[in-house]
Write a protein that binds this ligand. Sequence first.
Ligand SMILES: Nc1ncnc2c1ncn2[C@@H]1O[C@H](COP(=O)(O)OP(=O)(O)OP(=O)(O)O)[C@@H](O)[C@H]1O
Length: 282
Amino acid sequence: MRYGEKVAVDRMSLTVERATITAVLGPNGAGKTTTLETCEGYRRPQQGSVRVLGLDPVRDRRALLPRIGVMLQGGGAWSGVHAMEMLDHIARLHAHPLDTGLLAERLGLGECGRTPYRRLSGGQQQRLGLAMAIVGRPEIVFVDEPTAGMDPQARRTTWELLRELRESGVTVVLTTHYLEEAEQLADQVHIIDHGQLIASGTPEELTRGSSATVRLVVDKELPVAAEAALRASIDRWSGENGVGVRSISFGSRTLEDVFLELTGRDLGTAIGSDIGRDVDDD
Ligand SMILES: Nc1ncnc2c1ncn2[C@@H]1O[C@H](COP(=O)(O)OP(=O)(O)OP(=O)(O)O)[C@@H](O)[C@H]1O
């Protein structure tokens, strides 16, 4: 794919299996959006070919459109339209849409239904975009940076929803900058840079590397005695196997875990009350 002289995506070859989540991961300008837009039929590649559900996204657009869902990287709604109006409008374009009220509730949009699009927060606009992408029960959904700008709680809700879509047989293709998002969600990750595919694999395959780091996650808090016993076992094992252990750490959580634990419930309430203030009857 070229924009004038600029080559945005070059010699990329990848296949996505049905009912899986695929993450296209890469830094700004890597070519993620261009790749997705080519699959969605918004861009016609100058060379090569793309098939989505066996169809050519440009030539077979009319046949393909009802079967795919698209969440753009921002925008996608008129600035003055109310959130629920927009979702209902998109739902009416489909033969068998999901219940818009339930979907909006699920995505935490219930209380901002009468808020004009331009006054939704960035995270709310993202959630509305996701709702618009899936309301038509697509077989495959393309989501461009689905959680950009969301708080940790909204991000987790979105992840749950994307996993549920996969469980129900929907194929999800997403782009992301977030390593954690790809690691948490994706069955397959494709890393691209400067328009080229530089690595593909499951998160485990890609993060295993030279196996120099072992991460153990346990399902309950360890008493101090258990930590000491675990250290002793690891010391014994390392001696027996001739492996030097450089560091062991206990109780490390991600910043996201800490943030959720400290503010999670309040954050949910705060979203609701902020939405209340946003309501505008124009
Ligand atoms: N309409 C356009 N005209 C000219 N160049 C473009 C256009 N759209 C994208 N590009 C260029 O193509 C390259 C790939 O852009 P693309 O938007 O696909 O990257 P991306 O990985 O999605 O980036 P980001 O994470 O910032 O969204 C970039 O160098 C970008 O500047």
